[in-house]
Design a protein around this ligand. Structure first.
Ligand code: PLP
Length: 393
């Protein structure tokens, strides 16, 4: 099939929920992707922060192949060893006590919000809890996750959504505090907002929110679906801030390509769930958790965090330089390997030109380019990316 035929047929049969780029990806190797014509692309998107270890990692692939030959799925009615191993590693990495595996980030948010509501219900004996979520946040597309997503563009056509959500201004402590009532069960936020335009939490803000939650008996839920799994230079971004949530969510790079997410919580909070409160057929099956388990091992053996801190600092340096050289660049934000440049103009054309020149980057809103490379990139890859980006302006 030629390229246009594939695109035309896909446009016939797939729902029109994306304006896709005219690019048919065929295979990946390390930090490079290849299209069906064999053209090579330096990948600074990693499938939206998913392929942390790069493409075609042999040890990861071998672990998955071995699990396929053994057992793919059992349901959660029984125990299996890969799920146990993955849960232990995730609990240790996140500082949480108990884990629930899901199939996506959205479902992790659903579960986290359900857990917070159940905890409140047990504590207060009534079902009238409120969640405070942030403006410009993104937590997913299901009705529940959309209910806590602070972007009217995504929500409008799908109202009425699930009630009991109050929105507050991110990084504005006074505003968040003013929204707290005796019904507030949880405050939910991304530690570093991704979709919303690459805005990290202010350290002071996050610390004060943690103190507010402690004082009022409110749960802090941190969504680490995009910024977690090493992307910010710690296994979870909140560890960079020295702040711990009561419930956290993770997905994207958790399985490095295998669809899997999780929410995890401290023992006292997790204890609110009893058998029958929550469930999933696929979630945490041995195939998905064999991937999770191997991902955690490879993060250690390949010194991924060290690389993120070193190359992330270098990327920040080069992006600052880039900003100084170009008037159309307004701001540089983020850290680790989750950084963004805000332009004074829409970035769509820049992204298309970059693609033409063999570089894959993505936007976060109309004016922001997001840099989310595989976490195994080197400084030479950063130089290669900057050189192409320079040609695109
Ligand atoms: C991607 C994302 C989600 C949704 O995850 P899916 O796997 O797409 O369901 C939720 N929260 C944040 C912060 C995300 O970046």
């Amino acid at each position: 099939m030629d390229k246009m035929q594939i695109i035309n047929e896909a446009e016939q049969v797939l729902m029109h929920t994306y304006s896709r780029y005219q690019l048919i990806l065929d295979k990946g190797d390390g930090v490079y992707l290849y299209d069906t014509d064999g053209k090579k692309y330096l990948d600074f998107a990693a499938g939206i922060a998913v392929f942390a270890l790069g493409y075609n990692n042999k040890e990861y692939n071998d672990a998955l192949k071995a699990q396929i030959d053994k057992l793919l799925h059992t349901s959660n009615y029984y125990y299996n060893v890969p799920t146990l191993n993955a849960a232990k590693k995730l609990a240790k990495a996140s500082g949480m006590d108990r884990v629930f595996f899901t199939n996506s980030g959205t479902e992790a948010i659903e579960g986290a919000v359900k857990l917070a509501r159940k905890y409140y219900f047990n504590k207060h004996g009534k079902a009238d809890s409120e969640i405070i979520a942030m403006n410009h946040s993104f937590h997913g597309r299901s009705m529940g996750a959309l209910s806590v997503t602070g972007n009217p563009k995504y929500r409008e056509a799908f109202e009425p959504l699930i009630g009991g959500t109050v929105f507050a201004e991110y990084n504005n402590y006074e505003d968040v505090a003013s929204k707290v009532t005796e019904k507030t069960a949880a405050i939910l936020m991304e530690t570093l907002q991704g979709e919303g335009g690459l805005y990290p939490a202010d350290p002071e803000f996050l610390k004060k929110i943690r103190a507010l939650c402690d004082e009022k008996g409110i749960l802090l839920i941190l969504d680490e679906i995009q910024c977690g799994m090493g992307r910010c230079g710690a296994m979870y971004c909140y560890q960079k801030y020295g702040v711990e949530p009561d419930i956290m969510t993770t997905a994207k790079a958790l399985g490095c390509g295998v669809p899997v997410g999780a929410f995890a919580a401290k023992e006292e909070v997790a204890a609110a769930f009893v058998p029958g409160d929550h469930g999933t057929t696929y979630g945490g099956n041995p195939f998905a958790t064999a991937a999770v388990s191997k991902v955690f091992d490879l993060f250690e053996s390949e010194n991924v965090l060290e690389n993120v801190n070193e190359v992330g600092a270098y990327l920040a340096e080069r992006l600052e330089e880039f900003k100084a050289e170009h008037d159309c660049v307004k701001d540089h934000r983020g850290f680790g390997l989750m950084q963004g440049l805000e332009f004074t103009v829409p970035v769509k054309d820049i992204i298309l030109r970059a693609m033409d020149k063999g570089l894959i980057i993505i936007a976060a809103g109309a004016n922001v380019i997001r840099f989310l490379p595989p976490l195994v990139i080197t400084k030479a890859h950063v130089d290669e990316m900057i050189a192409i980006l320079n040609e695109c302006l």
